[in-house]
Design a protein around this ligand. Structure first.
Ligand SMILES: Cc1cc2nc3c(=O)[nH]c(=O)nc-3n(C[C@H](O)[C@H](O)[C@H](O)COP(=O)(O)O)c2cc1C
Length: 166
């Protein structure tokens, strides 16, 4: 499977759990993402608790799929450790690696936006008792896919410019 082209947002899951070795692989991939000046400023909160899933669903209206998923990962970043203002880019790279690693191991996943929705990020920072310097960036919901739709075809040659815009 070509994981780069096969990845898609999955919002329906079976009851199957995410295996420990697959979760470790996914987290290893997340930690292997590039970070500006190699600060490795991202942290990952693995959330399996159903009561916490319910609390997240109550404060993130576009993350209702978490209610039927076995697991989610909250990607957070240490603002004190990040280089200049690169924290969002660092966390975004880690988030994308999570999606691709999940695809590679046969799981469906979806990136639920947290940054830069201030209300949402503040609510999650409170829920997870994050210190002042640790900022919530994204929530990735993961589970075995129950969605048979093919990935969207994103190939649009007209989006490519060679050498200059025109
Ligand atoms: C920054 C960002 C925030 C997103 N937030 C949400 C979200 O809150 N809920 C959701 O269901 N999907 C969310 N998505 C997934 C997009 O809707 C999805 O990537 C897009 O529709 C393209 O579909 P695909 O991922 O299947 O290619 C988000 C994606 C990104 C990159």
């Amino acid at each position: 499977m070509d994981i780069l082209l096969e990845r898609k947002s999955v919002r329906k899951y079976t009851d199957e759990d995410v295996k420990k070795e697959d979760l470790d692989y996914i987290l290893h991939a997340a930690m292997s993402a590039p970070t500006a000046r190699n600060t490795r400023c991202c942290f990952f909160i693995v959330i399996k608790d159903k009561e916490t899933h319910k609390k997240i669903a109550s404060l993130h209206r576009a993350a209702q799929m978490i209610l039927q998923a076995p697991l989610a990962i909250l990607v957070v970043g240490d603002q004190n450790a990040a280089f200049e203002r690169y924290l969002p880019q660092d966390c975004a790279a880690a988030t994308q690696n999570i999606l691709l690693a999940a695809t590679a191991r046969g799981y469906g996943s979806v990136w639920c936006g947290v940054y830069s929705n201030e209300e949402r990020s503040k609510a999650l920072e409170k829920l997870f008792n994050l210190p002042e310097n640790i900022k919530a960036f994204s929530l990735v919901v993961i589970g075995k896919s129950a969605d048979n739709n093919p990935p969207k075809n994103a190939w649009k040659p007209e989006k490519i410019k060679y050498e200059v815009w025109k």
